[in-house]
Design a protein around this ligand. Structure first.
Ligand code: GLC
Length: 479
């Protein structure tokens, strides 16, 4: 029922509904940490561009490397092998590079089309600033001038520092440090239908997606320095929620002998300090793509037990349950992308961690939550959070970037994808099963953009919008 311009149903159908919904974010404050970087993006528009890369090296060597499936890029052929694997399957992927001068030089020799804000926390900072949250406190261990310039310049987006023992919140552009390095990742975006040859094989990309070669500078340490660390309880008190990400950037070993264990210990301390004076603080972890299995396991053992919500894509949840020993289910998800399997995997994760309230999975065709029956939000309320997320996702895919709220009109004009009814009916049937009696399963089909301008960062955008909506509605249930 609709009357006097008041939206009574539970859907976000118009730009006006969208604005009203977003208005409720104006009393939300959030803390964000840790990973911000520059993304240098190359858009492959034609197969010849990939062919040129292949032609620089021995094809047999590349074919061999594809079979080996390198988990670190030590040589350009490792990169080409993993890029081709991503292009062949249409799956997104991120592989880290060795911190090596000649490798860097080779990557610098490629031509990039654009440089823009990257890293989960960088992308999320700008999106949430645009959504007019009351206050966003975004922390990243390194903040060069170039990096600071990529943050949206708005009063609600601030960087924390300590001056004379006091916490100071200033815009990133007023907070950068001259000597800080800049981390640059190389992003390779490809369209659907790009054709090239490798040996006798003809490869055609089944869908648009991206491959990331991420840099791991030794100088970038994953930590909040002592002075600011002491202020984390104060920061925790100032905010309603936090999004944490970037743990995938921790290295197993650094030049000075420090190891990942050292940094994970610090990361755990940070979370405890943030929560110290705010027991209602809700924390979302954006999982991200992690090739290194030890690292993946450490995030699972040491970070997941402290958080409430987690955002992942299909490949990420598949990899995660692989660590729990479900290798068959992992393979099935990667091969068949069936939503039933994704829900099974989400249930495994939720059942393992009592602290988790919501598992959120974003994929090409839908966004989904698995939560517990006793979650205070109704299924309709949960659904609305995902509806907003899919509008943002399609706006970003179509435009490449969302720079103001009016851009959401673009996303709203894109219809739900062709599998929408099918996916909804599969989920409705699953919900009737005994094994899901104690859960809430909520799905919203994607508004799928046919020729996306860019795909990098769409998952982060989805998670940011869904989580902040969740926190905003949850607030009314806090006694
Ligand atoms: C990862 C990458 C970063 C990219 C982001 C997008 O954090 O390291 O380069 O911008 O993912 O999701």
């Amino acid at each position: 029922m609709e009357g006097n311009g008041v939206v009574m149903n539970n859907e976000i159908n118009s730009y006006n509904d969208c604005l009203k919904y977003i208005n409720s974010f104006s009393d939300i404050a959030i803390f964000l940490a840790y990973n911000v970087n520059v993304d240098a993006i190359k858009f492959f528009k034609k197969g010849e561009e990939v062919q040129e890369l292949i032609n620089q090296f021995d094809e047999d060597e590349i074919i061999k490397k594809i079979k080996e499936y390198p988990r670190v890029i030590a040589h350009p052929t490792d990169f080409i092998a993993r890029l081709i694997y991503s292009m062949k399957t249409g799956k997104p992927s991120e592989v880290s590079m060795l911190d090596d001068e000649s490798l860097n030089k080779w990557f610098n020799g490629l031509k990039y089309d654009e440089e823009r804000m990257g890293g989960q926390i960088g992308i999320i900072s700008n999106i949430l600033s645009m959504l007019n949250l009351k206050r966003i406190i975004a922390y990243t261990p390194i903040l060069s001038k170039k990096q600071a310039e990529m943050f949206v310049d708005k009063e609600n987006l601030l960087y924390p520092s300590v001056v004379n023992g006091n916490l100071l919140l200033k815009k990133p552009i007023e907070s950068y440090r001259e000597d800080d390095p800049t981390k640059i990742n190389r992003i390779f975006e490809y369209k659907k239908g790009i054709e090239f040859k490798l040996g006798d094989e003809k490869i055609i990309t089944p869908q648009a997606n991206r491959f990331i070669a991420s840099s791991r500078p030794d100088a970038l340490r994953f930590e909040i320095k002592e002075e600011l660390k002491k202020k984390l309880p104060e920061i925790g008190e100032m905010v309603d929620c936090a999004i944490l990400s970037g743990y995938h950037g921790i290295k197993e070993k650094y030049n000075d002998g420090k190891t990942d264990d050292y940094y994970f210990k610090k990361a755990e301390e940070d979370i405890k300090l943030l929560k110290e004076k705010n027991k209602n603080l809700k924390i979302h972890l954006e999982f991200a793509s992690i090739q290194n299995i030890n690292l993946r396991k450490k995030i699972m053992d040491r970070i997941i037990p402290h958080i409430h919500c987690i955002g992942m894509d299909e490949t990420e949840i598949a990899n995660l349950i692989h660590v729990y020993g479900y290798s068959k289910l992992c393979e099935d998800i990667i091969k068949n992308s069936k939503i039933e399997d994704i829900i099974t995997a989400s249930k495994i994760l939720l059942d393992k961690h009592e602290n988790l309230e919501l598992i959120q999975i974003h994929s090409m065709y839908y966004i989904m939550y698995l939560g517990r029956k006793n979650n205070p939000l109704s299924e309709d309320e949960l659904k609305r959070t995902l509806e907003l997320a899919t509008i943002l996702a399609s706006s970003k895919a179509k435009l490449g970037n969302i720079s103001n709220i009016e851009d959401l009109k673009t996303g709203l004009s894109i219809p739900y994808n062709k599998y929408s009814d099918l996916l909804t009916s599969i989920v409705e049937n699953l919900k009737k099963k005994e094994e899901y009696a104690d859960y809430k399963i909520v799905i919203v089909p994607s508004r799928l953009v046919k020729n996306p301008k860019s795909t990098v960062g769409i998952g982060d955008t989805i998670s940011a919008a869904a989580f902040v909506s969740y926190v905003s509605i949850s607030k009314k249930y806090i006694p």
